[in-house]
Design a protein around this ligand. Sequence first.
Ligand code: ATP
Ligand code: MG
Length: 237
Amino acid sequence: MGSIVEFSGVTRAYGARLALDDVCLALEPGELTFLVGPSGAGKSTLLKLINRELRPTKGEVWVDGMAVHNLKASRVAALRRRVGVVFQNYKLLPRLTTLENVALALQVGDLRVSDEEARDRSLDALEAVGLGDRGDAFPDQLSGGQQQRVAVARAVVAQPPLLIADEPTGNLDMDTAWEMMDLFADIAAWGTSVLIATHNVEIVTRLQRRVLTLVQGRLVRDQPAGRTGRMAWLASS
Ligand SMILES: Nc1ncnc2c1ncn2[C@@H]1O[C@H](COP(=O)(O)OP(=O)(O)OP(=O)(O)O)[C@@H](O)[C@H]1O
Ligand SMILES: [Mg+2]
């Protein structure tokens, strides 16, 4: 216990193909970790096992003390409240304002938050991502980087212990990508564990955080923070 995420001998097959092969790992609270590896290595699959979009073929997945590999359907909503998710393409609802997009995350399932509290907390979250004055804007009135900030606010407004992000800077230019990574680092510093799948080698190399490397479904490297050298998989990509 103590780890926010723990994988023990996790294998995930699609038919005969092993997308993940006997993966073991543990993530600690407040840690920012990168997940890297060539296309098809299993990064998205690993993230989807955490929020139970997928089930493992074999092995155990623990998230914040919950046995996700055995999770009853009735507990999935409780798991999802503990795991904020950010995607490459933002996935904001176009007909809702940014404030409403964020507030929606507090008004689903059995989270009984009043409209007023949802509004206050959503404004706080928008403020935290630097968009406190854009609550009334619609997604298409914001830049890509701003939309991704709204998506981050939505992911953290319920204060989950874990945030997972799949290629969150994939659609952003380099300057905006750096700002986004600074934001993720802040979120980790506030105590949330953050796991980011990314192809952005420059950022991963320079930030010197923990790096997990997947190659063909196997976790081939687990590099602690502060010792990020040249990525082995770069040679092949
Ligand atoms: N729904 C699916 N059905 C069959 N095979 C799948 C499915 N989803 C993923 N795969 C396969 O599983 C392997 C891992 O895919 P995954 O999407 O996890 O890789 P990835 O590391 O996220 O790649 P990328 O960097 O391109 O996003 C790949 O070989 C992929 O083709
Ligand atoms: Mg992927």
